[in-house]
Design a protein around this ligand. Sequence first.
Ligand code: UDP
Length: 320
Amino acid sequence: MPKTRPVSVVTGGAGFLGSHLCDALLARGHRVVCLDNLLTGTVENIEHLAGSESFQFIKHDVTQYIYVPGRVDFIFHFASPASPADYLQYPIQTLKVGALGTHKALGLARAKNARFILASTSEVYGDPQVHPQPESYWGNVNPIGPRGVYDEAKRFAEAMTMAYHRYHGLDTRIVRIFNTYGPRMRSNDGRVVPTFIVQALKGRPLTVYGDGTQTRSFCYVSDLVSGIISLAESSYHDPINLGNPQELSILQFAETISKLCGRPDLPIEHRPLPVDDPKVRQPDISLAREILGWAPQVSLENGLADTIEYFRKLVASGRV
Ligand code: UDP
């Protein structure tokens, strides 16, 4: 760690995870340079940081050459559309930011001799045939399916990161992020958490894709961010899973949300299951426990209560 204030660059810093990461780094005393082209990120996520002398926002597409003056100690590469609806809408941009954007961000890390932290994903495991998923599992990904644009871009990004580590000796980290939720998710990003919450708050039926027996495991954003910072401060180079192992079927999740929103009566409306939608997902976090001493602390009920509060305000103000 440098003796002076660390300088961190966060690509995708105006996104859901990126903006929470900016907050946490600032709270740890870092100076933060946030890069975002605002394709799926929003200035609302970082507007509370405007005017802070420790924070700088540069509107930039990181698939283009990245210029950041001065010293940089950490680069957190978090730029990418990250919800299935977003990467279906922006398939080429998703591939480009995972491939070209990762290359540019790695190039910046090399030029600055900075530590590089890649936001990877549980999607590298595809529709998994091993359950729960340990880091040693190589995955079951359809390269040409609609989700392939995200999955393969992130798999390429991991390969590129390891190549820079091995060939250039770059100091790198790879975090495989499982489903994460919390305030600042976009109400219309299509993901199950904001979708169900907004539907329940408006008293509408909950749209369950398929029969709802597919499973996910949801991690609250503050837990995830603390794991990312522990990883950045560790010396571990291989990929590491971060997520909450508490697994629920989507039907159980729908019931939980309607109850917590005070609308246990809402009907379920089944819609077709999206192509290649993983049937199960649950992180094996043994490595994170062992290497980082990390485990999620926030219960689903508490995390959802905060998230529901956030969306309740948006709905009440008519912005959603
Ligand atoms: N899903 C659903 N209804 C919705 C949105 C999503 O049943 O309105 C399902 C989706 O098919 C998937 C799970 O919820 O099985 C999680 O979807 P999400 O888009 O949040 O993320 P994923 O884990 O698939 O990347």
